[in-house]
Design a protein around this ligand. Sequence first.
Ligand SMILES: Cc1cc2nc3c(=O)[nH]c(=O)nc-3n(C[C@H](O)[C@H](O)[C@H](O)COP(=O)(O)OP(=O)(O)OC[C@H]3O[C@@H](n4cnc5c(N)ncnc54)[C@H](O)[C@@H]3O)c2cc1C
Length: 473
Amino acid sequence: MALRTGKQYIESLRDGRVVYYAGERVEDVTTHRDLSLRAKENARQYGEGDNEDPARLALRTVVREDGERVHRWAVPPKTREDLLKFVEMEESMEGDLHGTMTAGITGLSILARKMDAKHGTAYTPRIDAYNDWFAKTDQHGSFAMTDAKGDRSKPPSGQVDPDLWLRVVERRKDGIVIRGAKTSVTSAAVANELLVLPTHAMGPADKDWAVACAVPANAKGVVMISNYAGSPWGERFRFDRPISHSTMHHDATVIFDDVFVPDERVFMCGENEFTRELLMYFTTLHRTGAIIKEPRDTRKLIGAALLMAQYNGLEGVGGIKGKITEMVQTAQLLEILRWTALNRVSFVEGVCVPDSTACNMAGLTISETRQGYLEFLCELAGGPVLTAPSGLDLANPDTAEMVKKYYVGKPGVSAEQRLALVKYIFDIAASDASGWNRALGVTAAGSPSARRVAVSRGFDTAACVKMVMDEIG
Ligand SMILES: Cc1cc2nc3c(=O)[nH]c(=O)nc-3n(C[C@H](O)[C@H](O)[C@H](O)COP(=O)(O)OP(=O)(O)OC[C@H]3O[C@@H](n4cnc5c(N)ncnc54)[C@H](O)[C@@H]3O)c2cc1C
């Protein structure tokens, strides 16, 4: 099958999937007021036919060795150049990122070879065939990893209810039956495929929970309860919420209620000793998120701060200049970490992965600085960040002239200009959508404590102690 168009992707979502949202069953996610917004964003990642700009086609797709043109997200990067292109592709697209699915499938295909060698299983042809099918039929996937977990101090086998971690409840001659829930699955309601992976490393008592497989989003027994992120304010509020007026990110709790998975879609079943390694491979490409989004977002904060200071005539104030310089230092640090991540690459079983320390340091740098910068932006914008009239009042002839008179900045800066910037700052620092983004930055793709552990791993602390011991004799 050739690459799909955006229209074909949208049509593929009308497949009888079971989705609930805000207390109601959703009949068709592609026409639903809120959920359809993300489906439309994702559709724009696809082409629309033959007249596509060749540069865009070259960025979003690759021609495989067998001559098949497939999406770049379906091919793990083999060289540093591939990795750079992969990151560039992710940066250029609105809608869902793909690093997690690529990382999941890649991790499973590396492990399949190891599991087959040890146990004489036949996972390698299965994952290779699945990967090939996924690429050729141009699927859109979500990864379903995070279990409900219950008592976090206990392993899956120690839970009062064993279903709190997704597990195998039945082994049949042609497949397995799985039961459990995966929480926080990004865009599950608009995905074609769900890639189920274990969340944690599993011990020998947890073999039934050491399961990885692929499940179609409309499989019998799959129920998705999408979170209610709130309806975006819509096009009417474009001026007041320049970033978030019509976008919607949603995540679903995906319940696997005794779902049958045929053997050809099962990629791990009971090989608990490989779960730790799977997680290690998974977190390789997945980490690119921190170096894709964050350096760019920090530069936007600096731009907004500089403009706000200028519009208000305060660009010469020492304290403001000092804070902006601090922000520039952070941006420079993030650029250096991005460069390191993409240049100090390593090759894991033939796949080119970014430097994990640099990616995690980028994530930690953001969690330590972002909040302070957003507060600074609110301070710069002053009360109007929360209290200024709406763009609709600027458009209303009854009030327009009053708003235009009183919301100007320094000479030459109109009220329209200044308020547009104030609303931009509102939407990145104070709106409902900005609060959502702030929490997202804390947990998604690993909490700060998980990042700290990852950064410390492999660092030779014994050598540090030895240096001191040597010096004090
Ligand atoms: C916006 C968003 C999108 C996401 N998208 C996806 C997705 O597409 N697919 C997916 O699978 N997941 C996704 N996640 C889930 C994300 O990976 C998890 O939130 C994260 O791994 C933490 O797991 P948790 O939410 O279950 O929190 P918990 O595991 O409950 O952790 C909560 C806190 O408790 C601490 N903690 C937990 N257990 C222990 C312990 N034994 N000892 C000490 N401290 C402990 C943690 O460090 C953390 O600080 C997403 C999350 C967000 C916020």
